[in-house]
Design a protein around this ligand. Sequence first.
Ligand code: GCU
Length: 340
Amino acid sequence: MRSFKKLSCFALTAVISVTLLAGCGGDENESKQIIRIGHNQSSEHPTHIALTAFEEYIEEKLGDKYSVEVYPSELLGSQTDMVQLTQTGAINFCVASNAILETFSKNYEIFNLPYLFVNPEAYHAVMDDTGITDKLFKSTAKAGFEAVTWIDAGTRNFYTVKKPIERPADLSGMKIRVQQSPTNVEMMRLLGGSATPMGFGDVYTALQSNIIDGAENNELALTNNGHGDVCKYYSYDMHQMVPDILIGNYSFLEKLPQEERDVFEEGFKLVNKVEREEWTKAVDEAKERAEKEQGVQFYYPDVQPFMDACKPLHETVLSKNPDIKPIYDAIQEYNDRFAE
Ligand code: GCU
């Protein structure tokens, strides 16, 4: 993985050079602008399927002007690298977990809070409410990017190599990989485990070489990323529903003529729609494959002790960052509406 990641820098340079050379060759791409989109999932993942639908849509509507290229599997670097490439305009778009966006703009902390939503229905309704998300999504112009849509990344749960997590005390003494966000590190401290932040692409090797005892993610990490080959215990403690966010380079988006921007906006809606349709199927398939082919066992612990341990984090984050209180309050209204 590590050498693969070093290679990815060369890959990006190569990708850009080949594209430029192709342009010099006078082929039909010469007059077209290449739109590069990077993400860290495999080419079977719902994210890739959705971005491929976007590619087809944009090329169908604006194909005389743009050619869209989607790069999966961290080919353009880790998510953090790709956010930086998007900020500078070296690439046009990338998919970033909301978790890492909090280091680029503090207000993204809100969707990283554990047990923020009462259920997936409340989570989806909040993320679909542009009255809630718009201000946040457009708040990063100075940082060089804008969020253009969200996509589902399911529910995050713990999975481990040696023994199942059935209560927070089971995490004691365990090194658990978390995403690179201060909120996640604090969540693990409250739960009693030892947080090991690292990029997604490094997790498989870290599990295999016992650098970490487990990780936390949705079910697709078991199959698509092979983590279920090493971790045989997956516990539904349901600690987070963290969306993935499609972000675009700010000046690229700003410079689009209005009629093209409208087409892109339709394309962003399509990404959201296709990914969510694919997501539901993919989770069921991943669970079945993990159980049958990888021998992963699924556990359904009492969630309440996990919630109780994490709860103080809401207050800590809100008191340090009162700007997100209005969003937090609006989320509670959805929680009340959707609570069973
Ligand atoms: C999920 C999510 C990714 C994220 C990954 C992680 O797979 O969809 O965007 O990078 O979790 O844990 O880092």
